[in-house]
Structures are given as structure tokens and as C-alpha cells.
Design a binder for this molecule. Structure first.
Ligand code: ATP
Length: 327
């Protein structure tokens, strides 16, 4: 277990990668836990870009008032190409020294954690808090933002279904998730979709999509919803092909960035709160270079290097459940 003897007096906190609802709640939790434990905390703007630029300022319990319900991130986020190089990492470590940071708390996805791991190897202790709508980090059951994003998708599917049903249409709905199909699988079940296409599972347009839609029509259904995870791609083309083959009026909706915004759900606020507190507690206990994972409704600290190697397994039960629920 990675540990540190030096007492942590001042830390930096940043958000990195794609924004996710609940990141503000996580920033708030880190800042307030630092206040509680007597640690100074600097908010770093625009992720690793801000670290390299020294774009940071001290925060206190009041700096995070009134942000728990807000989507996005008050610290802003960025994708920083320079930080992917060794020179960038060394520059980041130097800037942390300039500001007297003893550790860094990184709120982001697995890309951001790879950056954190790299800087930890230069001697700056880090803690990662999983914040991404994709829920694609293998060592944790849950990532902040996932529940809010899924509720946004569920709401969109419900609305699309109303109009699809009135016009007896087939509606393709593309949802986010990068290379992961978790948002798609959950929302297919929650939204009663007829078909769910995910990148983890190859499919045949004829037997897995067209045949199913025709079977649904023969059973008397008036609408057909096909959820496509963004990692599958080509949603517009798929919809056009289905229209050509079946003759059914077909539409395609790419939900896009609407899925990243909005006020976080209770689950995202609570998990963000618990993870933020746990992150600071790890530092006060000398536990460093960890990812705060959510396992069995509890926060646990997982070694960052090991955690990043953990594969995320596809939940076959969910796929089967969606099949069964569509008879
Ligand atoms: P999301 O899943 O929401 O997109 P993410 O954290 O995975 O979040 P990325 O764009 O992959 O998003 O990574 C965010 C930033 O982390 C990058 O712009 C870069 O600055 C840094 N980063 C990513 N991978 C590495 C790496 N291998 N080494 C150093 N830094 C990295």
C-alpha cells in the first residue's frame, strides 16, 4: 500500500476530461473536508492546463457555497495535450512545488487518472475521484455523473417515444458513453427500447435490428426504439438502412451534450460527497496514489495503478433482461 509519512498541509483539486454533473458536489466535498481536517486547498482551473499555467487560487468552505445543485464544474475542465508528454508531467510537478502543494486530488475519468499516475511517479501524491458520465472505470461500480446522465436520456427516450408512437415510427436514439455501452444498456431497459446496440457486442443489421423490428410490428407494436451507444457510431446511416429495408418511417436523434448538463441527481450528489470526504481522509491517513472506488454502496481506496488495469466487464444479465422485457 502506497503511504506517505510527510503531513499533508496543502493540496490542489482539479476537474479534468469531460465534465459530469456532480463534479461541483465533489469539489465542494473535497474543499469542506479539507477545512474540517485543517488542510489548505487550492482550486486549479481548467484541469492539467491550469496546473501547468499555475492558474489556481486558495478556496475555503464559503468558496463552494451554492454549487451542489449546479451541473458542470466551477473549476472548469480541459483536455490538455501537453500533459501527455513527460516534459508536461515534470512541468506540472514543478508548478505544484511553486504553490507548495503536497498532493493533488483529480476528479475525472481514466484518462485523467493516467495523468495523475504519471505525476505521482514524479513524487507528487495523488488521489483520483471518478467523475465521468460513462461509468467506464473498471475498479469502481459507479462514477459521478452517470445517474444524472441516464435520467436525462430516459427523459428524452420517453418524449421521443410519445411522438414515435403517434406516428408509428422507428426511432434511433444515440446516447453517450464513449467506448462503453452502460448508459445505453440501462436506458434501453428504463426506456423500454426494442433494440440496444453497444460497442462491446458485435451485431448484424439484418438479424439483430431489422428482423426484431419486423417481429415487433407483427406483434402489434406501434413504435420501435433503437438505442445506439456512441461507440457503435453511424446512427444516421443505420436508421436510413432500416428505413430502406422495412419501409417504416425512421428517425435518428443524437442526444449529444444535453447528456452532460443539468442539476445532479441525489445519487450523484451523495456519491460525490462521500468520495470527496474519503479522498481527503486517505490523505490525512497517509494513503496516497489511490482511486476512490464505490463498491457495494461504500467508498474504498484502490491502488491507482492496479485500479487502472482492472477491466470493466459487460453485464450479460442486463442484455438478456432487455431481450426478455421486449417480448
Ligand atoms: P472522460 O471519460 O469524461 O472523457 P477522461 O479523464 O478519460 O474523462 P481524457 O480526455 O481521456 O478524459 O483525459 C483528460 C486529460 O488527462 C487529457 O487531456 C490529458 O491532459 C490527461 N491525460 C490523459 N491520458 C494521459 C496520459 N496517458 N498521460 C498523461 N496525461 C494524460
Amino acid at each position: 500500500m502506497a503511504e506517505i509519512n510527510k503531513q499533508i498541509k496543502r493540496i490542489g483539486v482539479l476537474t479534468s476530461g469531460g465534465d459530469a454533473p456532480g463534479m461541483n458536489a465533489a469539489i465542494r466535498a473535497v474543499v469542506r473536508a479539507c477545512t474540517y481536517y485543517g488542510i489548505e486547498v487550492y482550486g486549479i482551473r481548467r484541469g492539467y492546463r491550469g496546473l501547468l499555467d499555475g492558474d489556481m487560487k486558495e478556496m475555503n468552505a464559503r468558496s463552494v457555497s451554492d454549487i451542489i445543485y449546479r451541473g458542470g464544474t466551477i473549476l472548469q475542465t480541459a483536455r490538455c495535450h501537453t500533459f501527455r508528454s513527460h516534459e508536461g508531467i515534470v512541468q506540472g510537478k514543478k508548478m505544484a512545488e511553486v504553490f507548495g502543494l503536497d498532493a493533488l486530488v483529480v476528479i475525472g475519468g481514466d484518462g485523467s487518472f493516467n495523468g495523475a499516475l504519471a505525476i505521482s511517479k514524479e513524487g507528487l501524491p495523488v488521489i483520483g475521484i471518478p467523475g465521468t458520465i460513462d461509468n467506464d472505470i473498471g475498479c469502481t461500480d459507479y462514477t459521478i455523473g452517470y445517474d444524472t446522465a441516464m435520467n436525462t436520456v430516459r427523459d428524452a427516450i420517453d418524449k421521443i417515444k410519445d411522438t414515435a408512437s403517434s406516428h408509428e415510427r422507428c426511432s434511433f436514439v444515440e446516447v453517450m458513453g464513449r467506448n462503453a455501452g452502460y448508459i445505453a444498456m440501462n436506458c434501453a431497459i428504463a426506456g423500454g427500447a426494442e433494440v440496444c446496440l453497444i460497442p462491446e457486442r458485435p451485431f448484424s443489421l439484418e438479424s439483430d435490428v431489422v428482423k426484431k423490428i419486423i417481429e415487433c410490428r407483427n406483434r402489434g407494436k406501434h413504435h420501435y426504439v433503437v438505442i445506439v451507444a456512441e461507440g457503435v457510431g453511424g446512427t444516421m446511416e443505420l436508421a436510413a438502412k432500416v428505413k430502406d429495408i422495412t419501409g417504416i418511417e425512421t428517425t435518428a436523434t443524437i442526444l449529444g451534450h444535453i447528456q452532460r448538463g443539468g442539476s445532479p441527481t441525489v445519487k450523484d450528489r451523495v456519491v460525490a460527497g462521500l468520495m470527496g470526504v474519503k479522498a481527503v481522509q486517505c490523505l490525512t491517513h497517509g494513503e496516497i496514489n489511490k482511486i476512490i472506488a464505490f463498491k457495494g454502496e461504500k467508498c474504498v481506496a484502490v491502488d491507482m495503478e492496479e485500479g487502472l488495469k482492472t477491466p470493466k466487464h459487460l453485464d450479460e444479465d442486463m442484455l438478456l433482461a432487455n431481450e426478455i422485457l421486449n417480448v
